[in-house]
Design a protein around this ligand. Sequence first.
Ligand code: FAD
Length: 368
Amino acid sequence: MSNVPQAMCPRTAPVPDHPTGRAVSAAAVEPRTPGLHVSPSRRAVAANDRPTISFELFPPRNPDAAPRLWNTIQQLETVKPDFVSVTYGASGKTRVTTRALVRRLLRETSLNPIAHLTCVGTSREEITTIVGEFLDEGLRSFLALRGDPPTDQSDWAAHPDGLQTASELVELLRDIEAKRCADSPSQAVRARVRPLSVAVAAFPRGNHATGGTRAQDVASLLAKQEAGADFAITQVFFDADDYLGIVAEAREAGVTIPIIPGIIPTTDPARLLRVQELTGVPVPHDLLDLLGSADDELDRHHRGIRASVDLVNGVLDGGAPGVHLYTFNQHHAALDLLEGAHLDGGARTAPDLASWPQDTAPARSTRD
Ligand SMILES: Cc1cc2nc3c(=O)[nH]c(=O)nc-3n(C[C@H](O)[C@H](O)[C@H](O)COP(=O)(O)OP(=O)(O)OC[C@H]3O[C@@H](n4cnc5c(N)ncnc54)[C@H](O)[C@@H]3O)c2cc1C
């Protein structure tokens, strides 16, 4: 199994934004989803000759949801994503289920998992133990986050021996790895074969949860890079200019690591509104109107996919290295979006709408 960020770039070398959009192969592949019309100029490309694609998953909330998630994972695996990330519930409340899902992904799939990890409410010692457990399982990639304090606990206080920022967590991850390598020559060799990689978050419109502006987030991103981050994944946004704007400001400030746009397939208005509520990122009215005036669910799905394809094309044409899709543990919209943007490598062999729209999950956030 190749190491994801190593494949993307060595830690020390800056990686340029894609200069002219994406590489294309000679063979055009028509979209297979009935009624889905996208630009014919987009062409399917092989998995290693295309922008990176990746997915966010969350651990199943109850055992009944596990088989459906596993089916989703198998469907997503067909497009050979570069990695999948697994969320960590607020204040670490999914520690056990996140670890179980990551372990299963490592053991039973060809996928490269990245474990989200937060530091809010946890001591340095506890984080060190958790990281050690993941590393012992064979995990080599983390998404280092500060996390949000719980909103439902009025008596909540930061851990006295905890970390304050994501960049401190990046530093701790690097220290833990360095100590493991110093303590064991075997670990040192393994680390050279599969280096530890650390991703971080970026916020194209500033971090609403912390009241931060985009300029503050760029400063924070620079600190994360200096602490040893390899690449960043953005929060959701609905206008390509938001992404292109933060990349431009970050580059100006000296941030050289790749910044991958985080994209939500915009097919479900209820979910979009829930995401707006949680992230503070406003959903454009014209997008909601577009979805709201659809004839039926299939029409709404097509409209949403087309809008998402436009967003994906906008960021890739602006130089994004790839796209990270917020799946909400569902594969249909994510795969239709990739197919519409000709990023699925022609992997799908048949229209995959047979079970849609029955496979619907509650319109909840992946962070719950
Ligand atoms: C892709 C992605 C995945 C996520 N996954 C999860 C998840 O699985 N679980 C979860 O609970 N949450 C998740 N979140 C939410 C995230 O944890 C929160 O939004 C949190 O409030 C900020 O996290 P951070 O890692 O960016 O923190 P930080 O970068 O540490 O920022 C926290 C605050 O400190 C400030 N700050 C930090 N360092 C500096 C500096 N050097 N200079 C100036 N200001 C600074 C920032 O401006 C900000 O106000 C995710 C967010 C994203 C974008």
